[in-house]
Design a protein around this ligand. Sequence first.
Ligand code: C2E
Ligand code: MG
Ligand code: MG
Length: 588
Amino acid sequence: MPHDRLVISHNARVTEVEALLLGDPAIRSILVEIDGETFCIDRAWFFSTLAGPLGHGRSLYARHPITRMPRPQTRALPAEMTLLDAAHAILERPADIRYNDVLVCFPNGRHGTIPVANLFAEVAHTHAYVGLHDPLTALPNRRLFLERLHDAHAGIGRGREQQRQLAVLFVDLDDFKPINDVLGHDAGDSALKTVAMRLSTPADPRMTVARLGGDEFGVLVEEPAGEPEVTALARRIIAALSSPIELDDATVTISASVGIAMAEREATAEELLRMADMAMYAAKRNGKNSYAVYSDSMHARASRRLELRSQIEAAVGRGEFTLHYQPVVELEGLSLTGAEALLRWERPGEGLVGPDQFIPLAEQSGLIVPLGTWVLQEACAQAVRWQREHRHGEQLSFAVNVSPRQLEDPGFVDTVARALSASTLPPGSLMLEITENVLIKDFESVLTRLAELKQLGVRLALDDFGAGFSSLGYLSRMPIDVLKLDRRFMLELGGTNQRGLLNGIIRMAEALDLVVVAEGVESELQLAELRAARCPRAQGYLFARPMSAVGFTEQLLSTYRPTGRSPLPSGSTAPLAGSAPLLGARAA
Ligand code: C2E
Ligand code: MG
Ligand code: MG
């Protein structure tokens, strides 16, 4: 290979370089290291500088080291440098230098030059690309998607003979979170890449596939033949995503819910995306892994939700919320150990509304923070009344549910402290129930918040265990006292697998010094299984439904004895037969 570039030492003399170049016409340029930087001296540049503007160059430089010549205008950089770093290196040049070219040095000794102007154009282009694309999947991002949607939308209905159409598909992966939580983010990332690839094949010039965020993707179809073509596309997407994805250490199966909005002249581009989003939620409600086409009734439902939100706000002010209490019993003697406060909305004209109808909305809107504060104050005040009025009341423990949003609130620990001191409830009598969902956010900061709560002296319970991702790993790191087994766990009791799992969880909880409370116990069979596994406590319709404070006082506390002395014939579960609730409670 001809040596078209030579590397020389920085103390080589200008005359030596001249001789080298004159001796070998094949040498196009020379590399020299000056002050730790490699410069490239182009043959033509060398001779023109040596000649100098008035032909005096030779007399100026000839006897000096090459480094005394003006710095060459080409900068050499290693090939592995990113474009952005290369651009920075160029920009950090000495004030008196303007580079014309960058010499890229490859590891195998080869070189190539690119004009600096091209380098900067490329960097600008990459920057624009990065701002409009998702770095993980390289798909267009939400911004670019909306831009294209705007452009396509502007063309709808333009031209008489050519009635243009467009459709937006909102694709949301079902239950994607556990993949991240259980298999880790790298696995989640590679699953998302596979999803992106499947969504964009086969390529169709009329389609823009974008990652809108997290596990949400958007597909814009310009000029579809009609709704049947779009629903066929939705079916194809659902089918394509449902085949198993091979990851490094596992194979996962993913499903998706797809919402479709067909263009309407009255709807703006943003509204179209929102309509597709609403339709996607409808698909999720229909059992996921399916698609739904937007209809006006979906809009009506969404606006009812909005209306409900403002009604919740007003109801907080009007004092329409109330607490019901469900007893928690000790399984050994079937005696009362405490109660869980459960929120109810006494809605004029509608009767009692359960928390499932309004807590999610209150969480989304942040209203849960003032509402939750009220729950705490009310439950603490009621607990103190019961503790005062009943002989063994101080042995009862009162549980209050706390939503993730409340726990995130920086003032929450203070709120709890104030509720305790205002009511004079001993901190040890209050138990805060949190769900696993709080852990998904930021485990370390949740741990800090929980430790602060423990400092107050309150007790902590992990609610709905077994319903979420239920990683056992974090249990030992959390300062909790009680583990509440989710109701869904009870439903499956009876099989040998479930029995083994129940036993395992209870033994593990014992080892961690956690008290287990089984939730949603409805049948004697479940009770028997729990007893066989030596589960210490339970809660459920079998014992009593949630009831008003008055009902609780009348029906439970009047017959209440402290732990160990059951209000029922000991050792017998006979009174439990049929649906007659234990402890004489009636459904609320
Ligand atoms: P949770 O904390 O797991 O409460 C237990 C739920 O199971 C209650 O539903 C209770 O009525 C129900 N339940 C109890 N025993 C049985 C049974 O044997 N069978 C069946 N099918 N259900 C049973 P509820 O009162 O509708 O509350 C639902 C959820 O709403 C609660 O689940 C809790 O997560 C949330 N919640 C309730 N009150 C509050 C509150 O004040 N603040 C917050 N943030 N969330 C609350
Ligand atoms: Mg609870
Ligand atoms: Mg629960």
